[in-house]
Design a protein around this ligand. Structure first.
Ligand code: GDP
Ligand code: MN
Length: 379
């Protein structure tokens, strides 16, 4: 679960990381009031779950409260990477001497939290990683010991020469590490970590993602979820107990099991198609899940055909067939459906589908190539 910047910076602040004050607002009038209270120049920042807000015009520095209201007018309601801006954060503008990057991610390969820091921070860190990777220092942390003081200093020396700034940055990294581990994060990032002309070190932007598995034991973090800031189809799927991720293609996919779902998407790509989603209906397949899955997939106007790929183990394929039957009785599906199923109660499933004029394939390759061909015909 991604947090908004204002939520992430609250976690940092609680852990003692220096972040400028500020407040969220949802209307230009509120923005103006916050800017007036802060006094002086402020930065108005779009609060959406997307990186690159600065480049998209979602971060603006202004000198007066009136100007703050004016830029808020354009930023509120703006679309950034398909997400509508509904809130902005208003913070005092900092004077910037340097911008560094400090990030901490959970690395599967080393099975550890890994620090990544770079003196070339700011809005082009992806570019730095791609073209000059030697400007990034990586440090895996052994979770048994945490970030040791000398390690924090080594990271900080990679960023700064001035010993005061090095100490300040090392302290910030210790605190960031604590935020990461104490909140079950999979990512915690400060970009930019800036120095001011007076030599202070400040976190100007914060990004934290919480591992979804942490949320059951941390209702305080679960409460930070902002449904209105997520893709509506993903919210609906989560509420229906489905694992769903919206993608950009036009082949809707209904699959049981995450591994098979990944393999199915690979095969769709292999045959020249583009999946419209990742969807795992899970192991126990009550027909209701299939109805919900079809509702969510057919609501996406770019979907041109739907592929079912069901391998019946614990999942009963007749449950899936009954779900398809129930869905088609409940609402019209305007696009062709290709069903591949095999395994538990396959004979019953085939009969149920036959009863509504559908045939089921048993070969995965055949089903995928057929659905891709159907999409190409429709185009
Ligand atoms: P992002 O583009 O979504 O990562 O948004 P950021 O909050 O990181 O802002 C993007 C860029 O705007 C930063 O890298 C800074 O260069 C600039 N910026 C952000 N806050 C301030 C500020 O307080 N003062 C100044 N001068 N620039 C800022
Ligand atoms: Mn940033």
């Amino acid at each position: 679960m991604n947090l908004h910047e204002y939520q992430a910076r609250a976690l940092l602040k609680a852990a003692g990381v220096p972040v400028p004050d500020g407040d969220v607002a949802t209307t230009p009038a509120e923005v103006e009031a916050v800017a007036r209270r802060i006094g002086g120049a402020v930065v108005v920042k779009a609060q959406v779950h997307a990186g690159g807000r600065g480049k998209a015009g979602g971060v603006k520095l202004v000198k007066t409260p009136e100007e703050a209201a004016a830029v808020a007018e354009t930023i509120l309601g703006m679309q950034i990477k398909g997400l509508t801006v509904q809130k902005v954060l208003v913070v005092p503008a900092a004077e910037i001497a340097t911008e560094a990057y400090v990030g901490l991610i959970l690395d599967r390969e080393s099975q550890r939290p890994v620090f990544m820091v770079s003196p070339a921070g700011g809005i082009d860190i992806e570019e730095v990683a791609a073209t000059t990777p030697d400007k990034i220092m990586r440090l895996p942390v052994d979770p048994r010991f945490g970030l040791l003081p000398h390690q924090a200093m080594a990271l900080a020396f990679f960023l700064y020469r001035d010993i005061k700034q090095v100490r300040a940055a090392a302290d910030i990294m210790q605190r960031l590490y604590r935020v990461f581990t104490e909140n079950g994060a999979s990512l915690a990032e400060i970009n930019p970590l800036v120095t001011t002309p007076e030599g202070k070190v400040l976190a100007l932007d914060a990004k934290v993602s919480i591992d979804d598995n942490e949320l059951d034991r941390r209702p305080d973090l679960a409460a930070l979820r902002d449904d209105s800031a997520e893709d509506p189809s993903e919210v609906e799927a989560r509420n229906a107990g489905l694992t769903f991720i919206k993608l950009d293609g036009n082949v809707g996919c209904v699959v049981n099991g995450a591994g098979l779902a990944m393999a199915t998407m690979d095969l769709v790509k292999y045959y020249g198609g583009e999946p419209a989603n990742f969807l795992d209906i899970g192991g126990s397949s009550n027909p209701e899940k299939v109805v919900n899955a079809l509702k969510i997939i057919t609501a996406d106007p770019s979907v041109r055909a739907i592929l079912f790929n069901i391998f019946g183990g614990i999942t009963r394929t007749d449950d899936v067939a009954n779900g398809i039957k129930a869905a088609l009785a409940e609402f019209p599906v305007q696009v062709p459906i290709v069903v591949r199923l095999t395994g538990t109660n396959e004979t019953e499933a085939v009969q149920i589908l036959k009863g509504i004029g559908m045939t089921a394939l048993s070969d995965m390759d055949e089903a995928v190539s057929r659905v891709v061909a159907l999409v190409k015909e429709a185009a």
